[in-house]
Design a protein around this ligand. Sequence first.
Ligand code: NAG
Ligand code: NAG
Length: 395
Amino acid sequence: MKFSMIILFFSFSSVINFVLVQSATLEISKFGGKPNTNIAKALTSAWAEACASTSAVKIVIPSGTYQMTHVDVKGPCKAPIEIQLDGTIKAPPKPEDVGGDQLLRIGYVNALTISGKGVIDGQGSYAWKQNDCSKNTKCKLLGMNLGFNFINNSIIRGITTKDSKHFHVNVLGCNNFTFDGFKVSTPGDSANTDGIHIGRSTGVNILNTDIATGDDCVSLGDGSRQVLVQNVKCGPGHGISIGSLGKYKEEESVDGITIKGCTLKGTTNGVRIKTWPNEPGTITVTNMRFEDITMDNVMNPIIIDQEYCPWNQCSKQNPSKIKISKVIIKDIKGTSGTKEGIILACSSGVPCEGVEISNVDLTFKGAPVIATCSNVKPKITGKAPACSAPSTKKE
Ligand SMILES: *[C@@H]1O[C@H](CO)[C@@H](O)[C@H](O)[C@H]1NC(C)=O
Ligand SMILES: *[C@@H]1O[C@H](CO)[C@@H](O)[C@H](O)[C@H]1NC(C)=O
């Protein structure tokens, strides 16, 4: 008797909560979006109705497996929209069948939430086999899973992006945009599958996220400002990269990147800044903070590479024109896969300034790593390797 009264009380209060906080719900099935069908049209129709609503709306894609081709939805919308994805959405395996360069592109909105326990599966294994970018500089890369363009005050949480054909997520022109409890899942041998790529955006937070890829875990392109990457686990993949930068004249500067409380496991790089030599870009990279990071068998744990030139695509005749300054490298521990735990290969044209290294406790086969440095005089405090030789270039 007592017990059932307690149950009654709890269910009564959750009904009240439901009434108070729930926004209007639009089930995808109302628009013809059924499991095992292509829900592109249904999602587009649901968005149109949600976007026209003057009060908050939640679009729900329940558990189940769905197919989807390219969806491109835009604001401005009249009120906040949430997409709750609990099902698995599968892209067509062939890039040419997707119908656009991103499976789901959302743009020009304010206060978007994507939530749920669902998965966006790019089914990329067919596309990875076609990838010839290591031989062909004009190679075509198609089929990102998610594109967020010019979106403000928004949050992506819970969902997983799996086996994207190309980058998993592209963030362009966004302000105050957060990933929390997000997941990226791809095998280590899948080419060009960067986890989250950010460009021309301010106030992006990537929190409590696990990223396994065949390329960069997080890549920060030109115009990335006030970015916080915290409690992120990377591996396999190429690690966290700022750049590559400098290839184009019209790039925007990079300012205020904090990588903190992260773990990198078995990645080729830990934290890397890469700029192209002999290219026109003249932007600056400043206020970088790499702090409290654990490396677990990472090939190049800390690396500034201003002679970045993959597959010998460029000339090294002239140095990079990108000025790097105010870089704090602090409380880094764990194991390196090479003897050179810190490589600072700065530009001979514009040397790095204000680089501070403190408490770097990295070992290679049980011995402390060394630091190699060119065109930089880092300030070293606490337990950390001093620069013992000029940096040797490795590709
Ligand atoms: C996002 O913020 C920028 C800068 O404040 C503003 O110019 C833009 O109109 C906003 N976009 C939306 C969709 O609210
Ligand atoms: C940033 O966006 C979040 C939603 O993710 C919102 O709650 C918060 O108020 C926004 N912050 C600012 C400064 O607008």
